[in-house]
Design a protein around this ligand. Structure first.
Ligand code: MN
Length: 407
């Protein structure tokens, strides 16, 4: 076994060479020059400069201001580039070339790493869907009749997907509580979060052809954490009969780092047992690899952990969601983002939204700075996550943070 390069962070670092997530950064010296970067420990490697320095045939994909060209290049390119990057940061002979191309993470500005094409949000946690059903339809069935037959989703607003660290302006809109005779207008009083995982499409597909769940790895480039900010009061008044609209479209935050699928091979797990038979295009019983991902998410509000939702319990997998959203012939575009829906586990401290954590405001959280039902101006929410990696390592997923400011 060759000597490890001193560039490799300490053993146990969740951003070691087994991870290598992609992002886009700029430096204080050249704030307008966006560059593709790869995170190693607490440093960012200028991937394009490294490719040129080492004569890589992939320099044309890496010396770019965003990830879309690499994402569009497809699975073989993703594998080869990852192999090259792994060598660049681990082989001691490359140290002299690579070391000058590293920037301390704290010194760079991180940007939205990909141009978002279409954005779809699903509703794949049975615990979340059942909690929402109990809150909004008390006395009725917790799940709607379609829930176990198809992954429910809606099309969101791609143009308001923002990178971690971007402030979120409290939205205004219409709301009408049952006690109000007519709707009123004003800043949302029930601003909430949804802890989610987003899958980023790399390779496109042709309109008119379906993409089966077995083709998941051919099309999906990687994962980002996602916070689907939600104004519950606006949502509750507007959503019948066509679903979420202005209560969601004002902002959606994603992490600055995209974790490649290959970094999560050790985290694949079987989804929960299916309790209803599935139509053939959704039946993943014979798929070559399990469709779930064992991701452990932590939700913090002003630095205080308020929830730890487990992604492994999601009923619908991303491969099934991919199959479902193309089964009608809808095409995929590079940069399409499809999110899991709120991740909630069976326990109270595993709920991925304040709606559930406070049971629609009736059971406030006790925080060091007082009781909290929904978000107040100045609140900062941070999602982090990790997954089991190879040989007992942990794979860190980049954080997604955002602060609420008054509208
Ligand atoms: Mn959502």
């Amino acid at each position: 076994m060759p000597e490890q390069s001193p560039l490799v962070p300490a053993e146990g670092d969740p951003f070691g060479p087994h991870n290598l997530p992609y992002g886009v950064f700029s430096t204080a010296d050249e704030p307008d020059r966006r560059r593709l970067g790869v995170r190693i420990g607490d440093q960012v490697l200028d991937a394009g400069a490294a490719a040129h320095a080492l004569g890589s045939p992939y320099a044309a994909l890496l010396d770019r201001p965003g990830l879309n060209p690499l994402m569009a290049a497809g699975r073989t390119a993703w594998r080869d580039v990852r192999r090259a990057l792994t060598a660049w940061v681990t082989v001691p002979a490359h140290r002299a070339d690579i070391e000058p191309l590293l920037h301390p993470l704290g010194s760079v500005t991180l940007h939205l790493p990909y141009e978002v094409a279409d954005y779809v949000d699903f509703y794949a946690s049975e615990h979340h869907a059942a909690n929402v059903g109990r809150i909004f339809r008390p006395g009725g069935a917790a799940l709607t009749p379609n829930w176990k037959h198809l992954p429910i989703g809606y099309h969101g607003r791609a143009g308001t997907v923002v990178v971690s660290g971007t402030d979120v302006v409290r939205p205004s809109g219409q709301r009408k509580s049952p006690a109000d005779p007519v709707p009123v207008f004003g800043p949302s009083t029930k601003l909430d979060i949804e802890a989610e995982v987003a899958f980023v499409v790399g390779a496109p597909s042709a309109r008119g052809s379906a993409v089966g769940s077995a083709a998941f790895r051919d099309h999906v480039f990687g994962l980002s954490l996602l916070n689907d900010w939600s104004a519950r009061d606006i949502q509750a008044w507007e959503y019948v009969p066509l679903g979420p609209f202005l209560g969601k479209s004002f902002a959606t935050s994603v992490s600055a780092w995209v974790t490649p699928l290959e970094a999560l091979d050790a985290a694949r797990v079987a989804p929960p047992a299916r309790t209803e038979p599935l139509l053939p295009y959704l039946d993943d019983a014979d798929d070559e690899e399990p469709g779930g991902f064992d991701l452990r998410i932590t939700v913090s509000l002003n630095g205080q952990v308020i929830s730890e939702p487990p992604f492994s319990g999601m009923y619908w997998t991303a491969a099934q969601q991919l199959a479902h959203m193309t089964v009608n012939g809808a095409s995929l575009r590079t940069g399409d983002l499809f999110a899991s829906g709120t991740v909630s586990g069976p326990e109270r401290d595993q709920r991925g939204s304040l709606l559930e954590l406070t049971w629609n405001g009736t059971e406030p959280l006790e925080l060091p700075d007082g009781k909290r039902t929904f978000l107040e101006d100045g609140d900062e929410v941070t999602l982090t996550a990790w997954a089991p990696g190879p040989d007992g390592t942990r794979v860190g997923l980049g954080e997604v943070a955002g602060r609420v400011v008054s509208g």
